[in-house]
Design a protein around this ligand. Structure first.
Ligand code: SF4
Length: 382
């Protein structure tokens, strides 16, 4: 629907500086930019000019000058998966000797290690193993919640889709049961690019783009807060990136209208595709360059007039570019990543960061480092 809007829209404005100025002035004044405007900025906009407005919007929304991060741990409960996304270097098919499922004792040990290091959040993320149905997830979430004071920002719409399918439950019932078992918040993994063409090209066995949005809409209706991600820099066109942004903004409009203020997505998190060790890497071997990534992030700050936080991704683009993102619209640098295995399997070099390194990075950007929780409440400043 949005793609049709983008494709059939007349050229948004003249392809010159005046056109860009008109869009940027509207965004700077608090107005909403259209999908066609966003496409124009991605195709022809100047990063410096877009970034200045993105930074001004960020300052208006968060005048205290903090740049936040969270201490958390990703725990991959299994790498067994039948979905075979061509961009993924993490999964192993059932029966593969390298496939694993973590025992509960191992999971508890990892949670305890994380808590010892100050973590407030655990992200359970895993493959789609047909042997795992809702009872496995209910037991996993409830047993961790019963033992530890930790927020479970866990699973993703694609895992929810998998659980519903193999448990023969509706999405609504699956989410209700996961929430009752202890799920506090739903991360926006598995979105990649919310375009059915792109989904067919890189992950034909995964949930559709429409299903991802429907799961998020249902989560929001049940009062579950979420985040949204974007994996950029592979087979997608710039128009498809805008289609992705627009699908999420429309979904957030519904959350704010139907559920209420302060609901829906907390944050938008763009990051770049990592090609190493992936099937897709043979045809898309390069990485999105830093200008492409930063421009997409800055445009997203302009586009999302209804989502509070935009997160820079140091993990996939490197610490220096992550630091630059703080001057171009980002207000948060995500996690220091006590453990990360999914993106790392596809070739990132900077797998983790200490608190001290994160604090230095943020200070180097001229901002006040602050540790936050899942809900973006400030826990400590430095
Ligand atoms: S991205 Fe997720 S769903 Fe796709 S193959 Fe990897 S583990 Fe499976």
């Amino acid at each position: 629907m949005i793609a049709a809007e983008v494709m059939s829209a007349p050229p948004p404005v003249a392809a010159d500086g005046a056109g860009q100025r008109t869009i940027l002035d509207r965004a700077a004044a608090g107005g909403r930019i259209s999908a066609a405007d966003a496409l124009f900025l991605l195709e022809q906009g100047d990063l410096q000019a877009i970034g200045e407005v993105a930074d001004a919007i960020r300052r208006r929304r968060f005048p205290q000058g903090y740049a936040t991060f969270i201490i958390d741990r990703n725990i991959n409960y299994t790498n067994v998966c039948v979905v075979r996304c061509s961009f993924c270097a993490f999964y192993r098919l059932p029966g593969d000797p390298e496939g694993y499922r973590r025992s509960k004792d191992e999971i508890f040990r990892r949670v305890e290690e994380a808590l010892d290091k100050g973590a407030t959040q655990i992200m359970f993320q895993g493959g789609h193993d047909p042997k795992l149905t809702i009872s496995y997830y209910e037991d996993l979430l409830s047993s961790v919640k019963a033992r530890y004071p930790v927020t479970l920002h866990s699973l993703s719409p694609s895992e929810v889709h998998h659980i519903a399918r193999y448990s023969r439950l509706s999405i609504a019932e699956t989410l209700r049961r996961l929430r009752a078992a202890g799920l506090d918040s739903l991360p926006g993994g598995g979105a990649e690019i919310l375009s059915e063409r792109v989904k067919q090209a890189i992950s034909p066995l995964k949930n559709s783009a429409a299903a991802w949005i429907q799961i998020m809409d249902e989560a929001h209706r049940q009062g579950l807060r979420t985040t949204a991600t974007m994996m950029l820099g592979h087979v997608e066109t710039l128009a498809e990136r805008v289609e992705h942004l627009a699908a999420i903004r429309d979904s957030q409009d519904r959350a704010l209208r139907d559920v209420g203020p302060g609901q829906g997505y907390r944050a938008f998190i763009p990051w770049t595709y990592q090609p190493d060790n992936t099937e897709l890497g043979a045809t898309v071997p390069g990485r999105a360059d830093s200008e492409d990534y930063l421009k997409t992030l800055a445009v997203s700050r302009l586009f999302f007039d209804n989502i509070d936080h935009v997160q820079g991704s140091w993990l996939t683009v490197g610490k220096a570019v992550g630091q630059q993102s703080l001057a171009l619209g980002a207000d948060d640098l995500g996690s220091i990543m006590l453990e990360e295995n999914v993106v790392s399997a596809a070739g990132v070099t900077e797998k983790c960061m200490t608190d001290a390194q994160m604090i230095d990075l943020i200070r180097g950007a001229g901002r006040i480092p602050a540790v936050r929780d899942t809900h973006y409440r400030i826990l400590k400043t430095f």
